[in-house]
Structures are given as C-alpha cells and as structure tokens.
Design a binder for this molecule. Sequence first.
Ligand code: PLP
Length: 446
Amino acid sequence: MNMEKLIELDKKHFIHPTSSIQQQQEQGPKMIVEKGEGIYLTDTNGNVYIDAMSSLWNVNIGHGREELAEVAAEQMKKLAFSSTFSTFSHKPAILLAEKIASLAPEGLNAVFFTSGGSESNDTAIKLVRHYWRIQGKPEKRKIIGLGRAYHGVAAASTSATGIPEFWNMAGKMMVDIYHADNPYGNGKEKAIASLRAVIEREGPETVAAFIAEPIQGAGGVLIPPKEYLQEVRAICDEYGILYIADEVITGFGRTGKWFGIENFGVTPDVISFAKGVTSGYIQLGGVIVSDEIHNVLKEKSKGTLFHGYTYSGHPTATAVGLKNIEIMEKEGLVENSRKMGEVMLEGFKKIKKELDIVGEVRALGLLGAVELVADPETNKRFAPELQVAPKVIEALHQRGVICRAVTYEGTDIICFAPPLIMNEEQVNTMVERLHDAIKEVRESLS
Ligand code: PLP
C-alpha cells in the first residue's frame, strides 16, 4: 500500500488519542512509524530518529528486544489468557506481583494489576475510599491532587489531573477531587500552605488521600524540592490521610532508582505504576499497597471486592513484565539511567551557558527538561504566540530527534525521557542536536 493511501485511510478512519483532529485532517499523520530498534525509530520514508521520549515515557529498555517477543509468543502458545477474577490465578501474575513487591519501597508488598496508568489511578482512588469505608468512615472519600499533575483520562484520573485542558474536553468526571498548588513557580512554602489550606477547607475527616507524581512528567518534568515531599508525607500523617505516589512515569528505573519516590526519602501508602513495567511492549499497569492497607483489606473487606478489569493480571502481559525487569536487572539499566542522567544534565548546563534563551535545566536519571525563557535572569517567559518550544521540537524533528514540548500556563519546556539503554555517545549526540535546534530558533527570534 502506498503512503498516500495510508494517509487517506488514517484521516478517514483513525481518531488519534491526545491529538488535534483538525491538524490530522489538514496535514495527515505527523509521521508513520515503521520500525523501532534500540533508541531509534524509523519512519516509512526511511528517516531515522532518536526516540528521546521513549515514545510515551515508556519504552525503557529500548525498541526491538526479541527476548520480549519470544516470551510473549511462548506465553501465548501456552496460556494466552485466563481470568484472575474469583481468585483464579496463574504463574506469571503471581511471580510478577512477588517481583514488584521485592523492588518496591519497604512495607509495600501487595499488587493489584490493571491495563495502564489511568486504570491504575482510578483503582488507587477506589481502593483508598474502600479502605476508609470498610473501617466505618465512608465520609473519608475526598482526594487532593496538585496543579499541573497528570494522572490519566479515566473517570477519577481525569479529575485528579491538574491540567484544566483535560477537564474542559468533557467536564470533570468525578466529584470530591480537589487541587492544591504545586511547588513549581510557587515555591515550597506556598505549596505546603496551599495543601494545608485545602485540607482544612474540606475537613481532614473527609479526605481519603493525597495523590502526586514524585516528579510531574506531562506537567513539564517538574522536580520538587526533597523537603516538599517529606513535609507532604508529614502532613498526611498529621491529618490521617493516605499518600498515593503516581509512579506511572517515574517507576521502573526512569529516575535512576526503581521508584522515583526513593529519591525523596519518602514512603507512600500506595504506588500506581504502568508504562516501564513492560517497557510498553504490552499493556500493563497496577497498584502496590502498603502492608497496613493490605491487612485492613484482608480483615475487613467482606465478600467480593467489586473492582476488576478483564485484563487484570493478563498472563502474557505479566510474563512480558517479568522478562522486562529481568533484562533491566541483568543489564544494570537503573544504574545506567542514573549515570547517563548526569551526563545529560551536564550537557543541558553547557547549552545554558552558551545560549541566552535557556532558563532552568534539570534532570533526575533519564528524566529531564530544558526551559526556554526570554530572559534567564528574571525568568521572563516568551509570548505564547511565538510558539518557542514547539518550534524547537520541530527543529529537533528535522535533526532526527523526537521529544516533547510542554506549554501549559505560558511555559516553554522541552522534555526528555530517552530509553534507559542510552550510552554516553548517544546522549551527547542528542544534546548536540538540542543545542543546534535551540540556536536556530534563537536566531529566528531576533
Ligand atoms: N499517570 C502518569 C504520571 C502518566 O504520565 C500517565 C500517562 O502518561 C498516566 C498516569 C496515564 O497512563 P495511561 O496513559 O497508561 O492510562
């Protein structure tokens, strides 16, 4: 089939997720990807790109790993699918739950599986409400999230998301979810005061849980001060509120630790995960709960737990997850993420010294960002109509690098989350191309 035909069919029949439908109709698909190998993607015209976002922050071990294809094929031939409802079980799900418990922070040892991040956060929110309900506190059901958070697009996860564009599409999906200011742009003190104010306003006896990503990803790779998350943990304890860490991006080595929250010296009560657990080779997500929550469930959750997805603990998906983690361990990819993250950050700092439109640069493991500003001294932003970050993304695209711009609230942020298999030479190539792309856009502005 030729390209024109593919483009025509895409426009006619394919409604793309998180995309502009009008742009698709006017310009066709941005690119049609044919092949993935290591850190590279190749399109149908033979152009090769560095996948500097690991696609959707998820292809942690890189593309084209045959071991995962083989394990999926073997599992499909043996037992492609069977249910885990009504306590039916199978080996891959049991073993992956055990493996994840061994990697998770101490005291979190029981796993509920889903098919992705949105389902994981909806599950986390329903489970914490259930936890309070079965202890005779049904009024304790409110959830507090943060501005600029992204938790997904199912009912509860859309509402917990702190980017209003996602509510405007169809309105908030669930009641009793509120937002406090995040530390980005507000500072730690103001963010802490805002969280306290929301809890006090709503009444702590009605608040079930706080939810946040250790590092906000889609919000623009916003790394909070360590003390902020530690104070949040203390506030949750003070008011008797559970702490949910959304590790959908930060889990499975992305930040140079197995889970992002470990960087902050905080232990949450619940962790939601997805993406990196299978490096995106197959859909899988889940929620890990603390022993305290698990004990309450064991003791007080009477009869059927009326929550489950057909694909909770899918045999093929969990078998792929196990193999993916085995590869990460064997190849030392968590440590590589930490080391290469430092190289990437050094590169960003060098660009900042050389180009006068680079503001804050940051990274933790292979999760990083470069901010573009009109004046780095005062952090003055560019006018949104200049489209500075999208222009840099396009200039990077021309140079064979795929990454992502975040422009909420007038920011111009270029995000990076390359595969954890990156070597030093590849990081340097990516950073050089970033330098050249920013320089080109810088020159076009003056
Ligand atoms: N939580 C975070 C932090 C995410 O970044 C995402 C997706 O990008 C989600 C949840 C939603 O996950 P999914 O798209 O798999 O439903």
